[in-house]
Design a protein. Structure first.
Length: 360
């Protein structure tokens, strides 16, 4: 005999029970309890440290997770002096769709910045002759990008974080900043792209939401919108230094900006603050999100992306600049395709890439 199951919704109708659709502020499991959930690495209020300080001595990379590249720590010794090195190591982002991500089926990498890294690596092999016989891409989380460069300024950090690999060059959505050059002992290359900061929010929130705004919580009361960003980023500095009226306890940092995406999906934060090129990749992963109109006004700061080396590696940096210039047409065409993915109000304006000739 075949038994037919009666759907629960049908029983509810027959007994007169009403079924109501959940509202955005009343979703099952949406109540946030910071003591009852596991947090991603580095998760803490941005106010717990000054801008630029790492939230923990070591971020998410471990020696077991990512084998160190062939280059060994030399406490800031110039790259040209490391005569035994044959493999150039280039640090790239590890989980940013459109810019740098790994295909889980075959392990390959793809994205705008991966394309640049490959072209620069191949050009450097030709340009630097027997000094470089190969190059390798190494994945880095957001907060480790600059610490992975073996500089004098990074010596203490690296001593506390033996699992962080050493790389010769980094290209991982790095915004040019004089403060970063001084703090980490690095030098930036000529720029290869422009960007601006933006705010990713759920579609049910108003289009003009900004950090510091009040939103309705699950209990029906008001609270300050919780915003997540990456530790050791210029975005974190923006939130702390350029939005003084925002409750600092509503601003959170994580070691890898992509972790904000999971927190947003779980409704443990309400928004993600990062570069719009990064946020567009997040939008593709979470279709229920959108970019707010925040930071689209005339005169909003336009940032530049550049590669970075140790400031002791002047010869390498000059070679990187030559490689960027030799491949600039290809990069410009790829960038044009990339920004077409963005809503028009968020597209960075046309701006000639800044040229940097070498170390300070």
């Amino acid at each position: 005999m075949i038994r037919t199951a009666v759907p629960l919704c049908a029983l509810m109708v027959l007994t007169g029970c009403a079924v109501s659709a959940p509202t955005p502020d009343k979703v099952a499991g949406a109540t946030w309890n910071s003591e009852a959930v596991a947090h991603p690495p580095g998760f803490s209020p941005l106010s717990s440290s000054k801008p630029g300080d790492p939230k923990s001595p070591c971020a998410t990379i471990s020696a077991a997770a990512t084998p160190p590249p062939t280059a060994t720590s030399t406490s800031g010794e110039p790259w040209e002096a490391r005569g035994s090195d044959k493999v150039l190591t280039i640090g790239v982002g590890q989980s940013t769709q459109l810019l740098s991500e790994r295909n889980l089926e075959d392990g390959s990498r793809s994205g705008f910045e991966v394309g640049i890294a490959n072209r620069v690596g191949e050009q450097l092999m030709r340009d630097l002759g027997p000094k470089v016989t190969d190059y390798r891409l190494v994945s880095l989380p957001t907060s480790d990008r600059l610490i992975a460069l073996d500089t004098v300024k990074n010596a203490e950090r690296r001593a506390e974080c033996p699992g962080i690999p050493t790389v010769d060059v980094v290209i991982a959505s790095l915004t040019v900043s004089k403060g970063r050059e001084a703090e980490f002992g690095i030098a930036f290359s000529s720029s290869y792209a422009t960007t601006r900061s933006g705010l990713l929010i759920p579609k049910y929130l108003a289009h003009d939401q900004k950090p510091g705004d009040k939103i309705v919580d699950d209990s029906g009361g008001e609270r300050t919108m919780r915003v997540c960003t990456g530790n050791n980023t210029t975005n974190a500095e923006d939130l702390l230094g350029k939005t003084p009226d925002v409750d600092p306890e509503a601003l959170y940092g994580v070691d890898d900006t992509s972790s904000c995406l999971a927190l947003l999906q779980q409704r443990r934060v309400d928004a993600v603050y990062s570069d719009v090129l990064v946020l567009k990749g997040f939008m593709n992963q979470l279709p229920g999100t959108k970019l707010s109109s925040y930071n689209t006004h005339v005169g909003a700061t336009i940032d530049e992306y550049a590669m970075a080396t140790s400031n002791q590696d002047c010869g390498l940096l000059r070679a990187v600049n030559r490689a960027l210039e030799a491949t600039r047409d290809h990069t410009a065409a790829d960038f044009e395709k990339l920004i077409r993915e963005l809503p028009s109000e968020h597209q960075p304006p046309d701006k000639s890439p800044a040229s940097r000739t070498g170390c300070p």
